[in-house]
Design a protein around this ligand. Structure first.
Ligand code: HEC
Length: 154
């Protein structure tokens, strides 16, 4: 018997869909987005544009930090990331989602997605009051065009 089996075709399509449409290191984009809304958006804004004198813009800029190992580490050590009330795995997924979502053009071709293990290590060395100084130094070193945080520090 060679009857077509619509359920099988549907199952195959479903199984292949995330791989085809997905982002490496992101198992569930919807979950990552929800984590962004609940934990990050309040400061960064829905489109990651930040707020003047408070939170830097990340849209079209943030992936430039991936250009150096220190920059990559910085992204996992900023307080908002390191202290997020999320598991290492959920945070790694959120970072991978966030980078592609808000700055696809600056993603390095050889980008290795953050893993839970890497995030665990980075967030165990959180930046505190030195976050914006570290950021400024990184921007200088990478020649990044990302703008200053504009936090009006003393
Ligand atoms: C309380 C406000 C606040 C929250 C909540 C917050 N952030 Fe941030 N974030 C900042 C500020 C301010 C900076 C700039 C660095 C600094 O001075 O701490 C920053 C920097 C960053 C950076 C580095 C990029 C850059 O341009 O410096 C990343 C990545 C980031 N945040 C991601 C997140 C993610 C993901 C979340 C949610 C899990 C989050 N942040 C939650 C305020 C926040």
């Amino acid at each position: 018997m060679n009857r077509p089996r619509p359920w099988l075709i549907a199952a195959c399509l479903l199984a292949s869909w995330p791989a085809a449409a997905g982002v490496a290191g992101v198992d569930n984009p919807r979950r990552a987005w929800q984590h962004w809304v609940l934990n990050c958006q309040g400061c960064h804004g829905p489109d990651a544009a930040g707020r003047p004198n408070a939170t830097p813009n990340m849209a079209g800029e943030v992936a430039q930090f991936l250009g150096t190992p220190e920059g990559r580490a910085y992204l996992g050590r900023v307080p908002g990331v390191a202290d997020a009330p999320l598991s290492d795995a959920a945070l790694a997924e959120l970072m991978n989602w966030m980078l592609v979502r808000f700055d696809p053009d600056n993603m390095p071709a050889d980008f290795r997605p953050y893993t839970a293990q890497e995030i665990k290590k980075l967030r165990s060395q959180p930046l505190r009051t030195d976050a914006s100084r570290t950021r400024a130094a990184l921007l200088g070193a990478t020649g990044s065009t990302a703008r200053d945080t504009n936090r009006g520090e003393p």
